[in-house]
Ligand binder design. Structure first.
Ligand code: CP
Ligand code: NVA
Length: 310
């Protein structure tokens, strides 16, 4: 059975460290390995828009000597009622791995359930684990370590980023706080999974309503859009209740001295983050975007290369 990366806790704490260490090595020496030479072929499929994920996977696969086939999933037979499982059986005959951005987590689980090659989650409604590998790489390079550090996410506590930061953060032994307006709390099952993982690593996860209390002592603040792809017309007020959770200079001043600020991008400037903060000295968003490339290359090497390039 191949290993898949469908959510952040699919990697054990030790495995996550291996991938992050490899990402650091590849960042220092981007063309130092042709681990996907042959070439290994990766199907990279999108059912939602993407800039970073698409380009970083394509660039990274090319740098590793592999071949990416990038497809708009909306043009595939999937959109005409071919089942996910049948699609997966066929993809396994052509590709050495499948990278998929889709909607419900159940869809990518169905893809993985019959796949004979690794399936990688390039974002679902519930998780964005490739992004969080890059976030952890970025935090570690700025702060020097992850375990024991406090990271606060502000925004929609039930979205893919909040969930992945919780699972990925506690896997790294971090203390993760989620500050969300009422009605936008993390899914209870994800909270429970994060708490279980935290018991193993010494990390913790806490849902905090008050944004000022949530950022106190935090060395990394993270935010994301208040309205994720697919939620634009869900009938919820995704502005008013979120305003106090916007990262502006005043809120940033309440975090730990020298706290860093992350955003997976695309940013909605003036909403979840101000221009002053995203363009200011605390912001690490461009390094974070760059690290998508290194972290995903590391993940592909780890999943696919015969020797895991330790
Ligand atoms: N952060 C992120 O996944 O960006 P894209 O939607 O542009 O891929
Ligand atoms: N939560 C956002 C992340 C975009 C990269 C979304 O799903 O739209």
């Amino acid at each position: 059975m191949p290993r898949h990366f469908l959510r952040d806790d699919d990697l054990s704490p030790a495995e996550q460290t291996e991938v992050l260490d490899l990402a650091d090595r590849l960042k220092k020496d981007p063309l130092g390995t042709k681990a996907l030479a042959g070439p290994k072929t990766i199907a990279v499929i999108f059912e939602k828009n993407s800039t970073r994920t698409r380009l970083s996977f394509e660039a990274g696969i090319a740098q590793l000597g592999g071949h990416a086939i990038t497809v708009d999933g909306r043009s595939m037979q999937l959109g005409r009622e071919e089942t996910i499982e049948d699609t997966s059986r066929v993809l396994s005959r052509y590709a050495d791995a499948v990278v998929w951005r889709t909607f419900a987590q159940a869809r990518i689980e169905a893809m993985a359930s019959v796949s004979t090659v690794p399936v990688i989650n390039a974002l679902t409604d519930d998780f964005h684990p490739c992004q969080v590998l890059a976030d952890l790489q970025t935090i570690r390079e700025r702060l020097g370590s992850l375990a024991g550090r406090t990271m606060t996410f502000l925004g929609d506590g039930a979205n893919n980023m909040a969930h992945s930061l919780m699972l990925g953060g506690v896997t790294a032994g971090m203390h993760v706080k989620v500050a969300a307006p009422k009605g936008f709390d993390p899914a209870p099952a994800v909270l429970a999974a994060a708490r279980r993982r935290a018991e193993e690593t010494g990390g913790s996860v806490e849902v905090v309503g008050d944004p000022a209390a949530a950022v106190a002592g935090a060395e990394a603040l993270v935010t994301d859009t208040w309205s994720s792809m697919g939620q634009e017309n869900d009938g919820k007020d995704r502005v008013g209740p979120f305003r106090p959770y916007s990262i502006d200079a005043q809120l940033l001043a309440k975090a730990a001295p020298n706290a860093i600020v992350l955003h997976c991008l695309p940013a909605h400037r003036g909403w979840e983050i101000t221009d002053e903060v995203i363009d200011g000295p605390a912001s690490v968003v461009w390094d974070e975007a760059e690290n998508r490339l290194h972290a995903q290359k590391a993940l592909l090497c780890w999943l696919l290369a015969e020797e895991r390039l330790r």
